[in-house]
Ligand binder design. Sequence first.
Ligand SMILES: Cc1cc2nc3c(=O)[nH]c(=O)nc-3n(C[C@H](O)[C@H](O)[C@H](O)COP(=O)(O)OP(=O)(O)OC[C@H]3O[C@@H](n4cnc5c(N)ncnc54)[C@H](O)[C@@H]3O)c2cc1C
Length: 408
Amino acid sequence: MDLFHDNPLFTGIRQMLGAFAKQQMRTIAMKHDAEESMPWGLMKSAQALGLTQSALLDGRKKLTGVDEDPDPKKPKSQARLAVAASEELAWGCAGIALALGGSGLACSPVARMGTDEQKAEFKKLLSGTDEHGHIRVAAMALSEPATGSDISGLKTTARPDGDHWIIRGSKQWITNGQSANVYVVWAQTEASAGRAGVRGFIVARGTPGLIPGKKETKLGIRASETAQVHFEDVRVHKDMMLGAAAAAAGDATSGGLADTKKMLDSTRPVVGSQAVGIARAAYEFLLERVQSTSLHGTPMASHQHIMFELAEMNMEIAASRLLAHKAAWMADHHMENVLESSAAKAHGARTAQYVTTRAMVLLGEEALEPGHPVEKWYRDAKIYDIFEGTGQIQRRIIAKHLTGQNPT
Ligand SMILES: Cc1cc2nc3c(=O)[nH]c(=O)nc-3n(C[C@H](O)[C@H](O)[C@H](O)COP(=O)(O)OP(=O)(O)OC[C@H]3O[C@@H](n4cnc5c(N)ncnc54)[C@H](O)[C@@H]3O)c2cc1C
């Protein structure tokens, strides 16, 4: 049972995506992990379920069949739907879940800061298939070789040139970085303005100077592509700068880095929920084993140290899930949730690493075999302490919030 158990909308989504995760994701998870390949076929077929690459811009109707209440004052359900869906999909395979939802990282700032024209252009670039017959995906390029956590130190620049901006710099660790058909790239437009000068730009694949770089080999979530992207004097029309309308209206703080950080507040509970999905997968594997197997001639379930481990895992998973649900509930009720979002992300990441590590220990050497599901979940868990703000950065945000300091 959880905070969503009495809401048919969320329980329906969980049931539908839980079945999808079991039947369609688990069955191909090991193959894509071993090959480090994107599940293009599944990404295409999943669109029929409403798991589109532009889901954040499409609204919830595609996934649930129900429209969001247009009254801005009324509670929404988008954030809770996202965490409910994320846990199920990551339970199936975190790497595939990221392949299914990775474009959402780029959709998020467009949905938050884009004009109607920018949204339409972005959706157009995300629709249809590419020359390989793959569905089109998007990338959000913020991190750089020397700038991950401290995004105010971006080295990528955008300088004005008539009706255009010229973007120059390199980005690193970018999800969908090699295959994306459209990028949201963040660049410094005015060094003296510091954080307020950082702006996002929508850039289409094929724009001269945009060069997708080396694909990374990773420990986990290997079905999701991560790559460098280079911008060598890429010319972008000024209409493709996010937040320009707010800046023109005199709101210098809107559309810049502050909005980028708000964007992360909305994605962190989702990332925390994905971590819960990995933890639950490993816990369920172990639980089944404990209920069906003996250790040294007596049932595993009669060994107190194993039973205590199961109890600890169960408590941690429930606590992480509730933190994610709380942060999402607050977002849907238009409440500030900076602390709760960071707590959901940090706690979920810790739980995923804790549960998978202990499951490896309790299963012993069988779990060291490549291709063993617990070995995969153990590798997949680590990234949750790194991307979308490391564990240290989340704790810094929480502590600053607790002590009345500006958490950004
Ligand atoms: C698989 C994957 C996918 C990713 N996808 C994307 C993407 O799509 N788009 C994108 O823009 N980025 C993406 N990233 C980048 C990711 O967001 C960064 O890796 C992350 O923000 C950490 O930055 P860094 O690796 O440069 O580490 P650093 O910032 O260099 O940090 C190194 C260490 O120092 C610690 N540290 C840093 N600052 C502080 C501080 N103030 N106080 C205490 N400790 C601190 C960190 O916690 C960490 O332990 C992705 C990364 C990975 C691995």
